[in-house]
Design a binder for this molecule. Structure first.
Ligand code: ZN
Length: 62
């Protein structure tokens, strides 16, 4: 499964419907997140983590 698909699953599982994708980034509630693979090994880890990408916010909102 692609990272993007995993990230989509993650936000939908969290009950968030207000999101979209811009290239490889996830935009959620107006905030841009970089999608990264996670290999922390936690039992409940879904293999993906979202990193807030502050630099991209202003541009995406204008
Ligand atoms: Zn993890």
């Amino acid at each position: 499964m692609s990272l993007k698909a995993r990230a989509q699953e993650k936000v939908e599982r969290a009950g968030i419907s207000n999101y979209s994708f811009d290239r490889e980034d996830l935009i959620m509630c107006g905030i841009r997140y970089a999608i990264e693979a996670c290999d922390c090994g936690e039992p409940d880890c879904d293999g993906v983590r979202l990193r807030k990408n502050i630099g991209g916010v202003a541009r995406s909102l204008q």
